[in-house]
Design a protein around this ligand. Sequence first.
Ligand code: R5P
Length: 299
Amino acid sequence: MIVLGGSASTELADKVAKELGQKPGRIEVKKFPDGERYIRIHEEVMGQDVALIQSLYKTPDDYIFEYMVIADTLRDMGAANIIGVTPYLAYARQDSRFYPGEALTSASLAKMLEAAGTTSVLTVDCHLHRLGDVSKVFKVPARNLSAMPALGQYALKTLKPKNPIVVGPDEEAEQWAAVVAKELDAEHTAFTKRRIRKEGETESKLELDTGPAIFKGRDVVFADDMISTGGTIAQAAKACKKKGARRIFVLCTHPVLAEGALKRVKAAGVLKVVGTDTIPSPVSTVSVAPVIAAALRSR
Ligand code: R5P
C-alpha cells in the first residue's frame, strides 16, 4: 500500500507511513500565482492500493478540492483502491435539514468524494450525532475510528488525575466519556445540552443541564469530539468549578479552535487541553497515526 498525504496532512501521512514501516509516497503540490493548484504524483500506482490522507479542517473547501483532484489522478493512473483517510471529516455537523432548503452538506461531500474515485473511507470520531454512523453517509465502505483510547491513556500517564470523574459535556459525548473512563478506571457522566438556533443565525445559544453535584474535590476530565468556539466546554467547566471541582482537564479529538477558543476555556478554569493531530494545533499532543495505521494494516 502507498501512503500519500495531501497538503493538509503531510506530517500525519509521514507518521502513518512510519507506523507501517515504509516511506510516504511522493507527491508535489504547488500553487500558481492565481491560486490554482499544480499536482504531480511521483509514484507508480498502477494496480496498487493508495491511502490518501487529507484532513478537511480550517480551509475545508480548498482541501476537499485538492483531495478530489489527487483521487481523480490516482484513478486515472490505475490505482486499484483509493482509501480516503479524512481524520477530520468536514461538514459532518450538517447532517440534517433543520429548515427547508438547507443544504445537506455532509451528504453532498460524500457523493463528491465517491465521484472522485474514493473506494473506501476512514475517519476519526466523526460528528454525525443524528445519523449515528459514517457508513450511513457514504455508499462505499466507511469506518469511524476513535482517538479516545489514546487520549485516555495519555491522561492516565501524563495528567494523572486524582479521584477523577470523566464528563461528556453533552449527551452525544457520553460515548467518548465512557471510553476515557474505562482507560482511567473511573466513573463517568454526561451533561445535557440544548442548542437554540434561530432561523437565519449560525450561532446558537447553549443551555446545559449539569445534573447532580458529584464534582466536589475531584479532578474533572472532559471528553469531547471537538472544541470549536470553546463555548460548550467553557460553560461546562464553569458549572463544575461552581460545584467544587478541583482541576479540570479537557481531551478532544479535533482541536478546531476558532479564534479565542483556547483563551475562553482557560478563562473558565480549564488547566490543560489535550487534542490530537487530526488538526495541527498548539494542543495537538496525541497522534492518531497509530490508530489509522492499525486500521490500514487490518484491511
Ligand atoms: C457538539 O455536539 C460537539 O460535540 C461539541 O461539543 C461542539 O461542537 C463544540 O463546539 P463549541 O466549542 O463551539 O461549543
